[in-house]
Design a protein around this ligand. Structure first.
Ligand code: MEV
Length: 360
């Protein structure tokens, strides 16, 4: 039996701007996992099973009056896309295909399919690619696994930077810039997958970051999860009338995150904190520009309390609920903040950064 896990992620900085190539984000992998097991099936039928996902409602809406399924909300679509892509690669590289039973267990969703915003759709895609890599003995390096998972993710979600996929593949703290999606999509239909994943994808940059010993990361959860892909769509719709302001946001975010990366590389925690607070401000300006609520009232309370106790804080990921992150100096006592959060009904999540064991 094959059993592999992929970690969840948290965005530290650079959200929304990172969907544009050349605009970095900092993302971290955390020690909550999605695990995929694969066993040879008996006979000529395979199966896909997940206790967490089996009761999920299938969401749908209407487009021009017609019923359309919302694939993006259902993890089975990410699993199927990852299988399809990885098997295409296997077939092209002369690996015979088999029937198997694939099982998924998730620590990133609870039994109602409720998420903590830790990137479960990215992690399930990565875990499926990794499991099939082992099952078919494909011997793919991490970057190739990332590219297969990114293609599968784009097939289902259609938008997004794939930064969550990179964090889940590579682990640890990473600086990430996305690839030129248009360039990849143009070749996706025309080239064998095995060739496309061997090419350098313009713009793509994934770099591990050293972390200052003095830095401590805290995570709080505010509930009310939001749909990332819907929020990204909304920002893209609303920015259309404000292209100049959006361009300014992109430039400022890039500058801010690059300074934060320099803070990591030089071990300068106060520069990292300063840039985290600036990134919070930039995202609030994006909200004023587009009307899309990123920092909800609960996330504002989470961040303001953290600042009162000497931390720098912001929403993490798409916002609209879910998690906020705080960076504090190691020597700062955190108990007063933890109890202030609990009084404000913010749940501290006891997560740790996860370093993958594989070669980076
Ligand atoms: C959401 O996790 C982060 C965003 O930047 C979207 C993305 O990068 O795909 C808002």
């Amino acid at each position: 039996m094959i059993e592999v896990s992929a970690p969840g992620k948290l965005y530290i900085a650079g959200e929304y701007a990172v969907v544009e190539p050349g605009h970095p984000a900092i993302i971290v992998a955390v020690d909550q996992f999605i695990t995929v097991t694969i066993e040879h099936a008996i006979g000529s039928k395979g199966s896909i099973q997940s206790q967490q996902y089996s009761d999920l409602p299938i969401k749908w809406s209407r487009r021009k009056g017609e019923l359309v399924l919302d694939h993006r909300e259902n993890p089975f679509h990410y699993i199927l896309a990852a299988i399809r892509l990885t098997e295409r690669y296997a077939k092209e590289t002369n690996h015979p295909l088999h029937f198997y039973d694939l099982k998924v267990t998730s620590e990133l969703d609870n039994s109602n399919g409720r998420k903590y915003g830790l990137g479960s759709s990215g992690a399930v895609t990565v875990a499926t690619v990794k499991a099939l890599n082992a099952y078919y003995h494909l011997d793919l390096d991490l970057l190739t696994q990332f590219k297969l998972a990114a293609l599968a993710h784009l097939d289902v979600q259609g938008n997004g930077s794939c930064g969550d996929i990179a964090a889940s593949c590579f682990g640890g703290w990473i600086a990430f810039s996305t690839f030129d999606h248009q360039w990849v999509i143009e070749r996706y239909g025309n080239l064998p997958i095995s060739e496309l994943v061997k090419m350098d994808w313009p713009g793509l940059a994934i770099r591990p970051l050293p972390v200052p010993d003095k830095l401590r990361l805290l995570i709080g959860w505010t509930g009310s999860p939001a749909s990332t892909s819907d929020l990204v769509d909304q920002v893209h719709q609303s920015k259309k009338g404000r292209l100049q302001d959006y361009q300014t946001f992109l430039t400022q975010s890039k500058d801010c995150v690059e300074k934060m990366i320099a803070g990591f590389e030089t071990g300068n925690v106060s520069q990292i904190k300063q840039m985290l607070s600036l990134n919070r401000q930039l995202l609030n300006e994006l909200t004023s520009m587009t009307g899309v609520i990123i920092e909800t009232p609960a996330l504002k309370v989470l961040c303001d309390l953290a600042e009162n106790y000497g931390g720098a804080a912001k929403s993490s990921g798409a916002g609209g609920g879910d998690c906020g992150i705080v960076i504090v100096d190691q020597k700062t006592g955190i108990l007063p903040l933890m109890s202030a959060w609990e009084k404000a009904e913010i749940t501290p999540l006891p997560l740790h950064v996860y370093q993958c064991q594989e070669e980076r």
